[in-house]
Design a protein around this ligand. Structure first.
Ligand SMILES: C[S@@+](CC[C@H](N)C(=O)[O-])C[C@H]1O[C@@H](n2cnc3c(N)ncnc32)[C@H](O)[C@@H]1O
Length: 262
């Protein structure tokens, strides 16, 4: 139903308000033909975000292409956990590992005007999309975006805040996903290895290495992964490691801190 409304809005070049205030407006022939094209794409299970080319996330609008994961409402829970830990006017540095479209990093920078950030992704195409999103949101001067393998290229840098939404779907489950995800979203954004936990095993020690003493992190996790992911971070030396539930009371975020000095 929401998809149908979004496609009509796109085909008619009309806003939601236009359609509510003038519901009987006829489509022109060109608009009707364009709507048929959009519907045919959706019938082939192309995601609505790819057809429209944009997706709203938190309070920002992001360009989305098949090169990036479509930002999910689930991922907004990372922001619920991390934003209260970042004081409004503090010049904090934020690292987003696996930045994709830029969703997490750009939402944080949009909320915290003194923050600066770095987003890293293995995919050069994703980095190009994130750069475009940073420019569209007027955040380019505070957001650096680099292609890289997690923190491998970050020898000396350290950060106050690290966020990540790594790939966490077990490889054997990918074939069971909805066609919109399985056939249209990048495998690199989904595949978490045999048990879904490969990225956390790699990332936990790397995140603790690049955090400043007293720095904080929050990562999204898949359903049922909380205990294992918390173990990875505790084993890497993190303190105050905790799981957080989303709005449906399911544990979807793990956060923690690097021990402060002294
Ligand atoms: C689940 S997506 C998350 C994208 C975005 N952060 C979001 O929340 O919408 C995971 C991202 O990690 C990236 N990625 C996977 N393996 C990586 C690696 N070894 N180094 C850096 N990025 C990687 C993927 O390309 C993808 O963009």
């Amino acid at each position: 139903m929401i998809d149908a409304r979004l496609l009509v809005e796109a085909a008619a070049g009309a806003s939601r308000v236009d359609i509510i205030t003038d519901p009987q407006r006829p489509l022109t022939d060109d608009q009707a033909r364009y709507l048929e094209e959009l519907l045919a794409r959706r019938e082939k299970r192309e995601p609505i975000s790819h057809i429209l080319g944009v997706r709203g996330f938190w309070k920002i609008m992001l360009k989305v292409t098949p090169d990036v994961l479509t930002p999910r409402p689930d991922t907004e829970s990372v922001l619920d956990v991390i934003l209260p830990l970042i004081a409004e006017q503090r010049r904090v540095s934020v690292l987003d590992l696996g930045v994709g479209s830029g969703a997490l990093l750009l939402a944080i920078l949009a909320e915290r005007s003194a923050a600066i950030g770095l987003g890293v992704d293995m995919s050069a195409d994703a980095i190009a999309v994130a750069r475009e999103n940073a420019a569209n949101l007027g955040l380019s001067s505070r957001a650096a975006l680099l292609r890289g393998d997690w923190t491998a290229g970050l020898a000396a840098e350290s950060f106050d805040v690290v966020v990540a939404n790594p790939p966490y779907i077990p490889t054997h489950e990918i074939e069971t996903l909805a066609p919109e995800v399985r056939d249209h979203e990048p495998r690199l954004a989904l595949d978490g290895g045999p048990d879904g936990l490969d990225a956390y095993r790699t990332l936990a020690p790397q995140i603790i290495r690049v955090l400043r003493p007293g720095g904080v992190f929050a990562v999204e996790i898949g359903l049922g992964q909380g205990a294992d992911v918390k173990k990875c971070f505790s084993a890497a030396g993190a303190i105050e490691v905790a799981g957080h539930n989303d709005l449906t009371a399911r544990e979807r975020i793990v956060s923690g801190m690097k021990k402060p000095l002294g």
